[in-house]
Design a protein around this ligand. Structure first.
Ligand code: ZN
Ligand code: ZN
Length: 306
């Protein structure tokens, strides 16, 4: 059996093989789409539609029309489309359907409606016919691991960096490149969490920042991720151990005291196992920082680097 890892994105969690990584995500108009690939091919597609409170969707009917669209696309490419199976299943406590089709490659998929989060899901894995036995097992454990509702804290994961956040935080924007990545979240109370990684850390630190983490933080990270605070002054600096690595806590405050006191509290460290710099910043009015201090600790605790 392959090793599985936790994957989470936009209040949806599953366990997937370790070498599957998210390569696309998007959406709009109440639809979200996520794609994961391994080194060979697309492996997993997850799609959900937000359902308005007045409607109760017919899972079977929408799955039928989804499979009919798929059939049309396959046949347009001059390939034969075959439905190999469809049966009822249960996913995360919801009734749903499991399907198996062939057309070019093969697909095993499932569709269900989560009435708690009001989302209609379609999740499918891609494989070659000779991989069927292995993939059936993987898909089975993947479905058993689905979490689509009922959490206060949710996992977010990208390129082997992972953390948990309370449900109220929404992904505001992000930048994901292989060498640098950053995710920014905002709550309705206007508290911000920013997570970032910098790859090839040893080379980049030596060549551009004199081996100085703080210099990288100010000149690279702050300017990209939190530009509006790049004129803040460093008010406190602490050395501490983070995830077994030597790290820093840097607290930045505005230069002028009559400004609304927004405080920028950051934790950063160099992970020599993954050769990356990791950062977590919390931006909030000064008095809010003490209110969320245990939350902040838990988020930092959940943030893993290797
Ligand atoms: Zn659910
Ligand atoms: Zn590490």
């Amino acid at each position: 059996m392959v090793n599985l890892k936790q994957f989470g994105w936009r209040l949806f969690q599953i366990r997937v093989p370790e070498d599957w990584e998210m390569t696309a995500e998007g959406g709009g108009r109440g639809r979200t789409y996520i794609r994961l690939e391994d080194e060979q091919m697309v492996r997993l597609e997850v799609r959900w539609d937000d359902i308005s409170p007045k409607k109760e969707p017919n899972v079977k009917k929408s799955l039928d029309s989804f499979l009919n669209e798929l059939k049309e696309r396959v046949e347009k490419a001059n390939l034969k489309f075959t439905r190999l199976g469809l049966r009822e299943i249960e996913v995360a406590g919801h009734e749903g359907y499991l399907y198996h089709v062939r057309g070019g490659g093969e697909l095993l998929g499932a569709s269900w409606y989560c009435n708690d989060s009001r989302r209609l899901f379609v999740v499918q894995v891609h494989f070659r016919t000779e991989e069927y036995e292995r993939m059936r097992e993987i898909f089975q454990s993947l479905l058993e691991s689905v979490v689509c509702h009922g959490r206060k804290w949710w996992t977010w994961s990208v390129y082997a960096f992972r953390f948990e956040l309370p449900e109220e935080y929404e992904l505001y924007n992000y930048r994901l490149l292989s060498m640098y990545g950053r995710l920014s979240f905002r709550s309705k109370r206007d508290v911000w969490y920013v997570f970032a990684y910098q790859g090839m850390a040893n080379v980049i630190l030596e060549e551009r920042y004199n081996g100085d983490l703080k210099k990288w933080f100010k000149d690279a990270y702050l300017k990209e991720a939190l530009k509006q605070y790049s004129y803040y002054k460093l008010a406190e600096e602490h050395r501490l151990s983070l995830k077994g690595h030597e790290g820093r806590r840097l607290i930045f405050k505005p230069r002028l005291s009559f400004l609304k006191k927004i405080v920028l509290d950051s934790f950063l460290w160099l992970c020599d196992v993954s050769n990356r710099i990791l950062v977590m910043s919390v931006v909030a009015p000064e008095k809010v920082h003490s209110v969320i201090s245990s939350e902040k600790e838990r988020v930092l605790e959940s943030f893993t680097c290797h």
